[in-house]
Design a protein around this ligand. Sequence first.
Ligand code: GLA
Length: 386
Amino acid sequence: MEKLIESVKKSFEKKFNRKPVVIASPGRINLIGEHTDYNEGFVLPGATDRVIILAIAPREDRRCRFYSVDFDQDFETDLSHLQKSQLRWPDYLQGVIDQFLKAGYMIKGVDVAFGGNVPIGGGMSSSAAVEGGMAFALNHLFQLNLDLLTLTRLAQKAENEFVGVRCGIMDMFANLHGQPKKVLKIDCRSLAYEYYPFEREDVRVVISDTGVRRELASSEYNVRRQQCEEGVRLLQQHYPEIKSLRDVDLTMLENHRSEFDPVVWMRCAYVVKENQRVNLACQDLLKGDLVTFGQKMYQSHAGLRDEYEVSSPELNLLVESASRIPGVYGSRMMGAGFGGCTISLVEAQAVELFKEKVSADYRKETGKDPTIHVVMIEAGTRILEE
Ligand code: GLA
């Protein structure tokens, strides 16, 4: 990480000829609770040691100058001319500025250089890391005194409105609220959250990246959201008090099954069961029972594959391969799905075997190597230097 920080800082100083504030903004993992956030359910994410580094300084005028170290590309605009860019990466920064302006916060232009080691589009929320980091930076530079929840909401709205992806709140929440060796159970309705210890020295969090990036992800994501909304509308005719799938249980679903489109029913059943799994999995964590916890990860994967239908052959292959290795507690696809990565909980001493076997199986079937990252649960977005 030292090298990364130095390289982003140097790039900033060379481009803009001044000293920046340096901020680390992490990618996230999610142990369990997938596609539950936008249904006002539960999730169990944490921030990681994979970060986006932002070097940033305020300006006296309204100009904004951005430099992406990873793409070696520049972008310039000003506060009155924010609009989507062909380059795409500037939108994550512009989107956040746009939200701050819309909310009426007093900001000026900024110079930014950024780069990182969160796999881009790989299911660890590199975009939320840029947005959360930018929201945190603007708050700090312009002394706005906003709390983390407000910053979380601003970052999410940037993605929803400027970038145009209807994501839930989990990614930005974990990015800004993460703590070392802890995961967060977030109630995505009330936004109350609790930290759960995750500090077993003998266990590693292993992320296996398929390398597959599918455009389908965002269109299908929106379709899933609509299907959940459709299920809620149908059940509301019988249970007017229901506001989201959070309020639904399996008995309600069973009682009205015949009125449902079968696909919509299956989607809703997945969400209801996944919420139950998150609640139970938190108890497993408290007991230190990773065996039972891991089984819920496999069940979550099966649900995402068969009921929610957001997995892919590559993701299934990685999970099946992981499940055959002694010392693996659990494994499942992570994030929106279709491409991206899996998360596995692996005994520290089995990590080398995991890398070897999973890579070999993946290579045999696809002809390609997966990228395997062992990640640590770390603090959320923070200032490194000012
Ligand atoms: C993406 C979204 C999140 C969440 C997950 C699925 O990462 O950004 O809000 O919905 O997919 O759990």
